[in-house]
Design a protein around this ligand. Structure first.
Ligand SMILES: N[C@@H](CCC(=O)N[C@@H](CS)C(=O)NCC(=O)O)C(=O)O
Length: 234
C-alpha cells in the first residue's frame, strides 16, 4: 500500500461504459477522487487538447485512465484490480482465492458476452444487425441473472468487481431499449438492477433523463449519417 493511495484521479467521461465501471467502484468503495473529464474522441470538440499525461500513460489513448499518486494505468478491468491493491478502502475483490477466481471469470465473461453485444446494439445501423445484437445481449443478461439467483450478486455473497463491470448495462438500459434492445429482462436480472440502485456507488454513475436522451440522440444521429453515406455510395 503506498503512502499516496488517497491521491486518486479518474480520466473518464460519463458516456463511456468502461469509465463507468471505474467510477462506480470508486464511489462504491468511498474513495475520494478527482474526475478529469476526458470525452471519447467521437464526443470531443475540435479544439479539445489531450492532457500530456494521458498521451504518455494511456497506450491506446483510451479512457478510463487512473492516476494514483504518481502512477498511471489504463484499461478498465486491470484498473479495477489495481485500485484494489493500491487504495485502502472497502474491497470489491475477496482475498479468498476461489472467490477471486470466480469474480475474475465473471468479469471476463461479462466483458465478452454482454459488453460486446451491448455495444453492437447502439453502434448497429441495419435493423437485422441490431436485432441480432439485441438477442445476444438478452441471452447474456439472462445468464447473468441466473448467477444472482442464490445470493443476489453476480459472484459471491456481496457486491464485487463483477458488479462494477456490469454496472454500465443497468445505467444505460433505458437508452439501449430506445436504440433497439427488445429483449425481455428476466425477473432475476431486473431484481439485480433494483438491488444495484440501492448501492452507495449508484448515484455516482446513474444517468439523468437528459443524459439518456443525449446518448440516444448521439447514436440516432450516427445511424442517420451512416445510412445516408451508405445510400450515396450505392
Ligand atoms: N478495453 C478498454 C476499452 C476502453 C475504450 O474503448 N474506451 C473508449 C471510450 S468508451 C475510448 O477511449 N476510445 C478511444 C477514443 O475515443 O479515441 C477498457 O476496458 O477500458
Amino acid at each position: 500500500m503506498s503512502e499516496d493511495s488517497s491521491d486518486v484521479a479518474l480520466y473518464g467521461h460519463w458516456i463511456c461504459p468502461f469509465a463507468t465501471r471505474v467510477e462506480f467502484a470508486l464511489h462504491q468503495r468511498g474513495v475520494h477522487h478527482d474526475l478529469v473529464d476526458l470525452p471519447p474522441s467521437a464526443v470531443r470538440g475540435p479544439d479539445f487538447v489531450l492532457p500530456d499525461e494521458f498521451v504518455k500513460h494511456s497506450p491506446r489513448l483510451e479512457i478510463p485512465m487512473v492516476r494514483v499518486g504518481d502512477d498511471y494505468l489504463a484499461d478498465s478491468i486491470p484498473v479495477l484490480e489495481w485500485l484494489e491493491e493500491r487504495v485502502e478502502a472497502p474491497a470489491l475483490l475477496s482475498t479468498d482465492a476461489a472467490d477471486r477466481a470466480l469474480v475474475r471469470e465473471r468479469m471476463a465473461w461479462i466483458d465478452r458476452h454482454a459488453f460486446r453485444p451491448m455495444i453492437d446494439v447502439y453502434y448497429g445501423v441495419e435493423p437485422d444487425a441490431i436485432a441480432q445484437a439485441s438477442d445476444a445481449l438478452a441471452d447474456a443478461l439472462a445468464e447473468m441473472g441466473r448467477w444472482t439467483a442464490g445470493t443476489g450478486w453476480l459472484a459471491g455473497t456481496a457486491p464485487s468487481l463483477a458488479e462494477a463491470v456490469a454496472m454500465p448495462i443497468h445505467v444505460r438500459m433505458v437508452g439501449l431499449q430506445r436504440l433497439g434492445f427488445t429483449g425481455e429482462l428476466t425477473p432475476e436480472w431486473a431484481a439485480h438492477g433494483e438491488r444495484c440502485r440501492t448501492l452507495a456507488g449508484w448515484p455516482g454513475v446513474a444517468w439523468s433523463p437528459e443524459q439518456t436522451a443525449e446518448f440516444v440522440g448521439r447514436f440516432e444521429a450516427f445511424r442517420r449519417k451512416r445510412r445516408s453515406r451508405d445510400a450515396s455510395n450505392s
